[in-house]
Design a protein. Structure first.
Ligand SMILES: Nc1ncnc2c1ncn2[C@@H]1O[C@H](COP(=O)(O)OP(=O)(O)OP(=O)(O)O)[C@@H](O)[C@H]1O
Ligand SMILES: [Mg+2]
Lengths: 257, 226
């Protein structure tokens, strides 16, 4: 499928992510079925669906945290194989934010942000810290740079996790339910961070059930069930007139009350 | 009881031998510290191999751990000292003792450290990989420190045990406290005073070691956790 109308990217540009006929098996359980998804540079996708529908599996295949079983995945033109070279190349371009933050507890906020740029990108310490300071400032948490993760609230930790991923200068950001583990009063600060990232033109795939966020920033909302993409569309149409019964049922459940 | 009646305590023997006993304590500490360093290297390296993708390496580590943990230390040290020279590997008593202590302590350290590594959540490893770090970097930079922190008390008691086990090296006359004490005892027949004294010395050394480990823990593992 071509870039959605709302996408700022020109139609001729090479897609940032292209998944074709992707399947994923866990033993004899098929977790992903014939996934075809093209994401243009700068496009924002929201991925939703019931628990166990394969949302996490899909985005984890993109940076090879899960090897996929069939089909092909290209990230910025690089065909993702099972070899270290292409996996490295892809992971350098793809940042990921997890539900449980996964900050490194033994490192300060600053060290969390400089570790990978220094060890993986080969940046010097001063340079890595300069980048980290800029991005921590951007997620409005620079004043906590010398604290350890356990000294921060959940919302603060998740913002650090976003900054940490951004320090690698990724072209794509993947979010796996970034606000699900947060207390309600902290959801907004993380969503605001994600919105500002979206406004700056980052290519994003967000697994989330925050439908307000989807309405505001998504170029496309994709609904998955049973390991397959059931339907997708611009949020305006998607929420107003979902085509499939399963989508309606799902939206009824999460928006209903 | 009857045999001991009339035994007069006489610590002057110990007093005269004090310098050599104190030097021997340094010998013991030297064996213990060298043994621990080797054990740490074997422990960390063993854990990396034990969980590597290379099957023969995994089996080798498992076999090594089983072999060492299910055989007596005295036999291990005799094997290195008396049997290895027959295939051309001849070591002096002190290097033999260090090697044996390191190997023995290493086998236990592998199991202990592995427990710590397994206590680290999968999410930590995935976050490291997603940031583009390689598996070995993830282990070294992300997993190792929290893992060591988790098992540090067990590692401490294992290393206290290793320190006390140095006395077994007296069986091959390595330079350490027990063998020096044995010599003094066999020259003076003052068993009670000599062994009583080194008992106290061992106690003090164990206690000092625990203090050192406590300081290390305060220094390196003091980051806050929830
Ligand atoms: N490592 C695994 N081994 C076996 N099955 C797995 C594994 N990981 C996921 N699955 C299965 O694959 C299916 C899809 O899982 P996935 O985590 O992608 O779902 P999800 O849509 O992210 O769900 P949730 O909303 O609960 O996070 C589920 O049925 C799950 O049980
Ligand atoms: Mg999930």
């Amino acid at each position: 499928m071509a870039a959605a109308n709302a996408s700022p990217a020109p139609a001729s540009a090479q897609p940032m992510i292209a998944m074709r006929g992707v399947e994923k098996w866990y033993g004899d359980y098929k977790a992903l079925t014939d996934i075809n998804l093209t994401v243009a540079s700068g496009e924002k996708i929201v991925l939703c669906g019931p628990s166990g529908s394969g949302k996490s599996t899909l985005i984890r295949c993109i940076n090879h945290l899960e090897p996929y079983s069939a089909g092909e995945i290209r990230v910025d033109g690089t065909l993702l194989g099972d070899d270290r070279k292409t996996i490295d190349a892809v992971r350098r371009e793809v940042g990921m934010v997890f539900q449980q933050f996964n900050l490194f507890p033994h490192l300060t906020v600053m060290q969390n942000c400089t570790l990978a740029p220094m060890r993986s990108r080969g940046l010097g310490k001063a340079q890595a810290e300069a980048v980290a300071r800029r991005l921590l400032d951007r997620v409005k948490i620079l004043d906590q740079a010398d604290k350890f993760p356990a000294q921060l609230s959940g919302g603060q930790q998740q913002r650090v996790a976003i900054a940490r991923a951004l320090c690698m200068k990724p072209k794509v950001m993947l979010f796996d339910e970034p606000t699900s583990a947060l207390d309600p009063e902290m959801v907004k600060e993380v969503l605001d961070t994600m919105i500002s990232l979206a406004e700056d033109g980052m290519t994003m795939i967000c697994v989330t059930h925050e439908m307000g966020f989807a309405r505001q920033v998504a170029d496309r909302v994709i609904f998955m069930a049973g390991g397959a993409i059931v339907e997708e569309g611009h949020p305006a149409e998607f929420f107003k007139a979902p085509k499939h019964e399963r989508t309606r049922k799902f939206l009824g459940e999460i928006l209903g009350h | 009881m009857g045999g001991n009646v009339g035994y007069q305590l006489d610590f002057s023997v110990v007093w005269d031998a004090l310098p050599s006993l104190l030097w021997a304590c340094l010998g013991t500490i030297g064996l213990a510290v060298s043994g621990m360093l080797l054990a740490i290297v074997i422990g960390v390296g063993g854990v990396m191999l034990r969980d590597s993708r290379f099957k023969p390496a995994r089996w080798a580590v498992m076999a090594f751990v089983e072999l060492i943990r299910n055989t007596p230390f005295l036999v291990q040290i005799f094997f290195i000292f008396f049997a290895l020279p027959l295939i051309g590997l001849r070591l002096d008593p002190t290097p033999t003792a260090i090697l044996a202590l390191g190997i023995n302590g290493g086998a236990y350290a592998i199991e202990i450290i592995r427990g710590g590594v397994q206590s680290i959540g999968k999410g930590q490893i995935e976050a490291g990989l997603a940031l583009g770090l390689h598996k070995a970097q993830v282990f070294r930079l992300i997993v190792l420190k929290p893992a060591l922190r988790a098992i540090f008390p067990s590692l401490t008691s294992q290393f206290v045990l290793l320190t006390l086990t140095t006395s077994v090296a007296s069986a091959i006359s390595a330079y350490e406290l027990t063998s020096v004490a044995q010599q003094i005892e066999s020259n003076t027949f003052r068993s009670f005073e000599v062994y009583g004294t080194i008992t106290v010395f061992y106690l003090v050394m164990s206690w000092l070691l625990m203090r050192v480990f406590d300081q290390i823990s305060r220094r390196y593992f003091s980051y806050p956790v929830k």
